[in-house]
Design a protein around this ligand. Sequence first.
Ligand code: ATP
Ligand code: MG
Length: 444
Amino acid sequence: MFYYIIKKSIKNCIFTKLELNFNLSEITLIDRKGIRMFDQTIAPYGTDDPEKLMDKFYKAGNEMLLTLRNYITNPDNRKKARTWGSIEAAQMVGVSNPTFRKLLETHTNIPGIVIETNEGNRRIKKFTLQAINILREHANTKYNRPIGSKPLVIAVSNLKGGVGKTQTAVDLGKKIAISGLKALLLDFDGQGTATLLSSGLIPDLELCYEDTITNSLVSDPEKIRDIILKTHFDGFDIIPANLAIQDCDLLLPNVNENNQDTLGSPFIRLSKALKNIKDDYDVILIDCGPNLGILTLNAIIACDGMIIPIPPSMGDYSSFIMYTASLKNLFRELKDKKLEYLRILISKHSGNNEAMQMENMMREQFGRYILSNHMCDTIEVSKAANEIGTIYDVSKPRGSREAYRRAVQHLDDVNMEIINHFKDIWGRQAQKNVTTEMEEVVNG
Ligand SMILES: Nc1ncnc2c1ncn2[C@@H]1O[C@H](COP(=O)(O)OP(=O)(O)OP(=O)(O)O)[C@@H](O)[C@H]1O
Ligand SMILES: [Mg+2]
């Protein structure tokens, strides 16, 4: 059957109205006769044909996602690079407004500067991250990871679902790029949420088996280079996922399929594959699924550090405690494993009394391993998700500007704390390298 999508009100037709102020509930799926499609097949409390019903859900759901994505990304169906105004751009470049103006006068033809029309119908210059990064180079304000430091591989992991792993990984990746560094995000969850939120690609419709990490882990580690996708954030790349990566759970443990003779243990495949691309990045983030399956094990074995998001609630806390028991057993097996970085992020903090009590208790127990800043639970996350993105994609907030500003502040505080830790680690690595080299010279 053929479905198409209309909006209830023709006046506000989504195909003609280009501002992003639609309401998702106003988009309705109907069939040609105008009868709601599911009403025809669902028995009062169930269905006689679950297969057919699931097929309908699948097709209708994907079609809805695709239409929504295409509407948001009109006209070329790809997410556009977000832009910043000149005051923000000057701050990001790290220079005063007059210096910024001078930079623009001196360096003409910088790619990534666009002209947009603002609310007062005035045409103004806007800057993409690409332009800002070029201006950082010209102004000599770009942070370069020190010589002798190493890229950091960070697994964002927790056994519990829905704690904010994906949100944390995607936004940290974007903030690393916004800061002028290079980040790669590996989507290690077949749900593909990180892929959708980072790139706008619909995982099951627009990616095939070969686009995912599966072949790189099962048969050819060098293939990893071919599956890297650039996103609309300059400096933020992803390795996407869809349900195809579940094959890793079947193939890697299987001695007949996992190529152990030529590629070694199935648990070190990610470490092997990453060697081919690691030096192209400053940080490689892995968004793990809510499990300790073979993909998560590969991630933990390959990583230099971990970020564990935990919402301040008893259920999430007790689940994390269970996770530590499994991690303890795992690290016992990995005898030489060290973590250069380990932080717990208090995520989705509601700010109510109960959450604050949990937060205090967690801070008392885990001390310096908890990030000083927490991520608040905010509607701005869902608003951005409804436009197939995250808070950092939003340049014109829908609704209260103040609520959006507060959410960005929370997110920035968390991410900058983490990025500053990374910079500190790189500084120490570089220093250690210099000291070792000097010792070698002194000792002949
Ligand atoms: N700071 C936040 N404020 C409000 N909602 C949030 C916040 N962070 C995450 N969420 C929402 O919580 C839900 C779960 O978040 P997310 O997908 O990041 O969790 P996850 O741990 O990756 O889940 P899974 O284990 O299923 O992969 C999502 O609907 C997301 O939009
Ligand atoms: Mg997730």
